[in-house]
Design a protein around this ligand. Structure first.
Ligand SMILES: NC(=O)c1ccc[n+]([C@@H]2O[C@H](COP(=O)([O-])OP(=O)(O)OC[C@H]3O[C@@H](n4cnc5c(N)ncnc54)[C@H](O)[C@@H]3O)[C@@H](O)[C@H]2O)c1
Length: 302
């Protein structure tokens, strides 16, 4: 059987490069579409701008590499599009530019995929949709844990762009009937960052309040993308993409008492279970984390 062909936008970035490497290891063929190429021996690159609709239609109807010229049977259709390219937070570009690139870019990517007959699209949404991360001042969530049916209400241009993207995805899904899954990605941690960052986080847990103490190992994010590629027929879905536990030493109940004292809980939680809940990906997709932070950071007394 030939490898599934995946067009991956933003594969050169922090999260994308690990997710792409994971997919390559699972046997997928990946064409990376980005403004800068990814240096990986098995990845083909196409330099293109997601804010240009013509370039997205063109990239999605392109050969993935020279070898695809050989059979003489024309350009194959991509099996799926994974869309990670974006301005990944506020305060990189002016707010209006963040909003423009993220919303127009996502519209262009989904529209091209749908109109070219690609049957699966996975887009990167964000934990920031829950409205705590980039809020002015310290805000509380309406309830905990943060789960996918929450009424998301960010007050910043980046979080808003991701909410709009989820609506764009839902709209295209309704019209086309294809599968479009939005991953509300938690704070991405690369393998080398555990040693660099977590000791500081444990000493100063308050710095993680805005992320609701969540993290997603970049390799586990690759697994989640793979599971989404394998799972067909769910229509439009939103999934939190996070690890099982909080990125904190303090148990969940105490963490909430200290940092979110007046926030009601909608259900019982496990001792260290993440406030940014990953229950849906475990239940629906069969996610099994491979990279809990405890594998990489030792805590004295544990
Ligand atoms: N890093 C996190 O903690 C985090 C958390 C939640 C959601 N996300 C989302 O995950 C995705 C990946 O984030 P990341 O941290 O890897 O970001 P990143 O900035 O490291 O990577 C983004 C990639 O997109 C590319 N890109 C930007 N604008 C583009 C354009 N106009 N056309 C083509 N390519 C363009 C960049 O060149 C880069 O390679 C983003 O959608 C981001 O919003 C990230």
């Amino acid at each position: 059987m030939t490898a599934k062909r995946i067009l991956f936008t933003g594969g050169s970035g922090k999260a994308g490069k690990h997710a792409v490497a994971y997919l390559i290891d699972q046997g997928y063929r990946v064409l990376n579409v980005d403004l800068t190429p990814l240096d990986h021996p098995k990845v083909d690159n196409l330099i293109a701008d997601i804010t240009d609709s013509g370039q997205m239609f063109n990239a999605m109807s392109s050969y993935a590499g020279f070898d695809e010229l050989e059979p003489g049977t024309g350009v194959p259709t991509f099996d799926a599009v994974v869309h990670f390219a974006a301005v990944p937070r506020i305060l990189i570009n002016p707010d209006n530019e963040t909003f423009r690139v993220n919303t127009i870019g996502t519209y262009n990517v989904i529209e091209a995929a749908v109109k070219l007959g690609i049957k699966k699209v996975i887009i990167a949404s964000s934990e920031t949709t829950y409205g705590i991360c980039f809020s002015d001042g310290q805000t509380n969530p309406h309830s905990l844990p943060l789960e996918e049916d929450y009424d998301v209400d960010p007050m910043d241009s980046y979080g808003l762009s991701k909410v709009v993207n989820e609506k764009t995805a839902r709209s295209f899904q309704r019209r086309s009937g294809i599968d479009i899954y939005a991953l509300r990605i938690g704070n991405v941690i690369e393998p080398h960052e555990y040693a660099e960052l977590f000791p500081h986080y444990f000493k100063h847990p308050e710095v993680r309040r805005r992320n609701a103490f969540c993290y997603i190992d970049a390799r586990d994010l690759g697994q989640i993308v793979d599971l989404c590629l394998q799972k067909d027929g769910l229509g439009f879905q939103v999934f939190n993409a996070g690890n099982d536990d909080n990125g904190a030493i303090i148990p969940t109940k105490k963490l909430a008492e200290r940092f979110f004292p007046d926030v009601p809980f909608t259900r019982e939680m496990g001792e260290h279970e993440a406030l940014f809940s990953n229950r849906k990906i475990r239940d629906v997709l069969g996610f099994k984390e491979q990279h809990n932070w405890r594998k990489y950071v030792s805590v004295s007394g544990e």
